[in-house]
Design a protein. Structure first.
Length: 237
């Protein structure tokens, strides 16, 4: 309703479109192995939270490691679903930080792919996207954003920021050290990948393992159950 400006007819069309898309695309059932190769360079990482408690997805086009294909879109959608898994209680949105620091013309996605990404974000994750931040955009790639400008709807455009002061948006303790934060995240693919899958309880076929994200996690004692947040704390101890 918010995305449709409280217009019932528009809201109904959006909901119908997203339900049909999810039924066909099955974003919640993408098997990890289908997109694993896309994750190996860390071109998309989910780590940290902004000051509003929204999980942060970092996108680094300069780390592109595969040829253009539908799997790249599936990869992004897989991470959007994982970000939803990581949202604290009461949180409904996420932040995307796109870092162009090492991006070249050869690694930057073509406008055709970018338009498909925007369609997915604007049509099916419109309220999930809380803010989109673009950093280190070289003059050479200004044409890219001019090219996708016609595909930006007003709602998404309002959420887009270029080179903002990240310290105003993200606590230093949560901000990646690449951006001047205190969080010195050391990406080691196999360890990171395994931790994400285990924490989210993703089975090889993309379904959920029993007990994950379907209510409190039982400890075998009816008098006490663990929330996901409590389980993570216990696992870390």
């Amino acid at each position: 309703m918010r995305a449709a400006k409280w217009k019932m007819h528009d809201a109904e069309k959006r909901i119908k479109s997203t339900l049909e898309w999810r039924r066909e695309y099955k974003p919640e059932l993408i098997p990890p192995d289908e997109v694993k190769i896309e994750c190996k360079t860390g071109k998309i990482l989910l780590t940290g939270f902004d000051k509003d408690g929204r999980p942060i997805i970092y996108m680094r086009p300069g780390r592109e490691n595969t040829e253009t294909s539908p799997r790249q879109l599936r990869h992004l959608v897989w991470w959007l679903e994982r970000a939803k898994d990581m949202m604290p209680p009461g949180q409904e949105s996420l932040v995307i930080i796109v870092d162009y620091k090492t991006t070249t013309l050869s690694t930057n996605p073509p406008i055709s792919v970018a338009s498909k990404v925007l369609t997915i974000l604007q049509q099916h994750y419109v309220e999930t996207l809380g803010r989109a931040i673009v950093t280190n955009l070289p003059l050479l790639l200004n044409f890219f954003y001019k090219g996708i400008a016609p595909f930006l709807d007003p709602v998404t455009r309002d959420k887009l920021r270029f080179n903002p002061d990240l310290f105003e948006l993200v606590p230093r303790s949560q901000l990646d050290a690449d951006f001047g934060g205190d969080y010195a995240f050391d990406f080691e693919f196999e360890t990171y990948w395994t931790q994400i899958i285990d924490h989210c309880g993703i089975a090889p076929d993309g379904t959920r393992l029993s007990g994950y994200f379907d209510g409190p996690i039982s400890t075998g004692n009816d008098e006490h159950t663990l929330s996901m947040e409590e389980k993570v704390l216990c696992d870390a101890e």
